[in-house]
Each structure stands twice: as structure tokens, then as C-alpha cells.
Design a protein around this ligand. Structure first.
Ligand code: SAM
Length: 244
């Protein structure tokens, strides 16, 4: 039926497209996307040939209006270059306005790099906080790390190869003991997930500059020893007493 369909697409492996995604992409009267070349390839691969409209949240009110008017009458899909729309990707304003106007909004869930990273890292998953991309500027980055340091959860960041080492070095400064995971090229041929403390990972990637796309994860703050564990309490007391 008519409405706005939020369609997740593969993050590297075409086989991850869902049956529902293929169905909606074939039925859509219009597909709003970030880059018509990227989405054009996907459409070709799944045998869809809908009209495409470039869209991001900075698009003119006019562009958004045209997409929403269309969605009122016909099925319209929103996709991003890869993964789940709206997760560090465009779509928030479109969905918001569609809802305000009573246009049906449906989600077709699927691949999402943040979630894929969480499933590989072996870090606690009962509580996690998705923090998107870190700011590039050192001061802003330091402030965010300070703020996130208080959160009792696994932290999930999107990262790029050229910035990975700097981010790891900054993390080593504030969280020297927390467990970190670098999940790279997920679902692709050279998928890799490397874990350790931030300083060790920074040294590794300084020597082996990482290619491709990266999810950076940080385990929860290192727990103080539980009062139920007398051995750990004793060990900590001894460590604090020993002159260093
Ligand atoms: N909306 C997308 C999603 O749901 O995964 C994320 C879009 S964001 C603009 C792009 C970032 O996602 C990349 O810089 C990288 O951090 C992460 N990413 C996307 N694909 C990835 C992959 N195959 N492996 C690791 N990280 C990936």
C-alpha cells in the first residue's frame, strides 16, 4: 500500500538483503536515496527499476514535500548507501514530517553496522550506548569522551580508517583499562574484529593502517571489586598499600 517504507540494505554483502526489502524496492513508485549511483547498483542487482530521488536531511522543503506527497498515494522507499536509514544517516526529518502528517510509516529492518559490531565484539550487550561518530576536533572529542565515561554500558562508535588511531589514543588517555574492540569490514571478505586495551590497539593500527569501514566499541567501565569477593578486595587493598 501507500506510505513511507524505511528499508535497510546490506553493509557490504549483498546476500544480507532481506526478502521484504527486495519486495518493497520492486513495488516502490519512488526510492529516496543518498546517492543514485550507489542505490542504482543495488536496484539493478535485485531486479528493481524504480525512479530514484536524491535525499538527505538538508534537502529543500520542496524536495521533502514531493516525496511525502508521493508517499501519501503510493509506496515510497527510503534507503541509505548502506545499512539502516536514520542511524548516522538521513531520514529523521522525513519520518518526523510523515508521522506529523498522518502518512503511514513502515520499517523494513535489516543490516546495521553498529549491531553487527556488537554481535562480534564479545563485550557485554545488556546495555549499550550508540554514540555515532566522534567529533574530529580534539577538544570536542575530549569533552564527549569525558561525558560518556560516566555511562555504565558498552559504547559503540562509527569510525573511519584515517581517524582510528587518534581516537584510540584519546581513549587510552581516559580509559586505560577498558576493553576495546575494533570491528572492521563487517560482512565483507576481510572482516576482522580485534580486541584489547586502547593503547595496544592504537600501536597495532599505527603500524598497520586500517582500510575500510570500522565500528569501534568500548566495554563498560572496569568494575570495582565486589564486596562479595573477599579475595579481590584483599588483592586491591594490597595493591593500594604497596609503594610504587
Ligand atoms: N546507517 C548505517 C548502518 O546502519 O550501519 C551507517 C551509516 S554511517 C554514515 C557509515 C559508518 O558505518 C562507517 O563509517 C562505519 O563506521 C560504519 N560501517 C558501515 N558499514 C560497515 C562495515 N561493513 N563494517 C564496519 N563498519 C561499517
Amino acid at each position: 500500500g501507500a506510505g513511507l517504507y524505511i528499508v535497510a540494505t546490506p553493509i557490504g554483502n549483498l546476500g544480507d538483503i532481506t526478502l521484504r526489502a527486495v519486495d518493497v524496492l520492486k513495488r516502490a513508485a519512488l526510492i529516496a536515496c543518498e546517492d543514485t549511483r550507489v542505490t542504482g547498483k543495488l536496484l539493478k542487482a535485485v531486479g528493481a527499476d524504480a525512479r530514484m530521488q536524491r535525499y538527505d536531511d538538508h534537502a529543500s522543503e520542496d524536495t521533502r514535500r514531493r516525496i511525502l506527497d508521493r508517499a501519501r498515494a503510493e509506496p515510497v522507499a527510503l534507503v541509505s548507501d548502506a545499512g539502516t536509514p536514520l542511524v548516522s544517516d538521513p531520514g529523521y526529518r522525513l519520518v518526523r514530517e510523515a508521522r506529523e502528517e498522518g502518512i503511514a510509516v513502515t520499517t523494513i529492518p535489516g543490516p546495521c553496522a553498529a549491531i553487527a559490531g556488537l554481535t562480534l565484539a564479545g563485550l557485554p550487550n545488556d546495555r549499550f550506548l550508540f554514540a555515532g561518530f566522534l567529533p574530529v576536533k580534539e577538544k570536542a572529542r575530549g569533552e564527549i569522551l569525558q561525558e560518556l565515561g560516566e555511562v555504565d554500558a558498552t559504547l559503540v562508535f562509527y569510525e573511519t580508517g584515517p581517524r582510528l588511531v587518534r581516537s584510540l589514543e584519546a581513549m587510552a588517555g581516559v580509559w586505560p583499562k577498558r576493553e576495546v574492540a575494533v570491528a572492521r569490514e563487517l560482512t565483507k571478505l576481510h572482516e576482522e574484529c580485534r580486541t584489547g586495551i586502547a593503547a595496544d590497539l592504537a600501536a597495532h593500527y599505527a603500524a598497520h593502517p586500517p582500510k575500510g569501514e570500522i565500528v569501534l566499541l568500548v566495554g563498560p567501565p572496569v568494575a570495582a571489586p565486589s564486596t562479595a569477593d573477599p579475595d579481590a578486595l584483599l588483592a586491591q587493598a594490597l595493591e593500594e598499600m604497596s609503594p610504587s
